[in-house]
Design a protein around this ligand. Structure first.
Ligand code: AMP
Length: 170
C-alpha cells in the first residue's frame, strides 16, 4: 500500500501559491486509513506509556483519535479560539499573515503525562510549536510530534524540540 497515492495535490488552495495536500482520498479508503493509523502508532515511542494523543484542529482529529485508540491512550482536541466549551489555556502564534490562537482545556492533561501530538501536515511548524507550548504549560511531556507528511522545504522541524515522526516527505 503506497500512502502517497492517496494524497491529492490541489494547486492554489486556499490561496495562490499554496500547493494544498488533500488527505480526503486517504480518509475515504478503508485500507489506507487503517494503514496510516497503524504505521503512525507503530512509530510512537514504546519505552514509555503514552497517556494522551493531542490532535490539532481539524484534520489532526481523525488519525489522532485512531492513534490514541491503538496506543490505549486518551484523545485531546486542540481547537481554534472560542470552540472549546470549558476553561482553556490559550496560545497565540504568528502565521504568514497575522496571528492565530489555539486552545486546550485546562484539565485535558495531568502533570507528568506523556503526550504525542498529531497533525496531518508539518509545514512551517508554527502550529505544532504552539501546541507543544500548550502541552508543556499544562505540565505534560511531549514525547513525539507525528504527522502524515512533512513539507521538507519549509524546515518546520527546526522549530520543534521534541522527536518527530512522519510517513511521507515532500
Ligand atoms: P504550519 O505552517 O506547520 O503551522 O501548518 C499550519 C497548518 O496548516 C497545519 O495544521 C497544517 O496541517 C496545515 N497546512 C500547512 N500547509 C499545508 C499544505 N500545503 N497542505 C495541507 N495542509 C497544510
Amino acid at each position: 500500500m503506497k500512502l502517497q497515492d492517496f494524497i491529492r495535490d490541489i494547486p492554489d488552495f486556499p490561496k495562490p501559491g499554496i500547493l494544498f495536500k488533500d488527505i480526503t482520498p486517504l480518509l475515504a479508503d478503508h485500507q489506507a486509513l487503517v494503514s496510516c493509523a497503524d504505521q503512525l502508532a507503530a512509530l510512537c515511542p514504546n519505552e514509555v506509556k503514552i497517556d494522551k494523543v493531542v490532535g490539532i484542529e481539524s484534520r489532526g482529529f481523525i488519525i489522532g483519535a485512531m492513534i490514541a485508540e491503538r496506543l490505549g491512550a486518551g484523545f485531546i482536541p486542540v481547537r481554534k479560539k472560542g470552540k472549546l466549551p470549558y476553561r482553556v489555556n490559550s496560545k497565540s502564534y504568528s502565521l504568514e499573515y497575522g496571528k492565530d490562537t489555539l486552545e486546550i482545556h485546562t484539565d485535558a492533561i495531568n502533570p507528568g503525562e506523556n503526550v504525542v501530538i498529531h497533525d496531518d501536515v508539518l509545514a512551517t511548524g508554527g502550529t505544532a510549536k504552539a501546541v507543544c507550548d500548550l502541552v508543556v504549560a499544562s505540565g505534560g511531556v511531549v514525547v513525539q510530534c507525528n504527522f502524515i507528511m512533512e513539507l521538507n522545504f519549509l524546515k518546520g522541524r527546526d522549530r520543534l524540540t521534541a522527536p518527530i515522526a512522519v510517513l511521507l516527505n515532500y
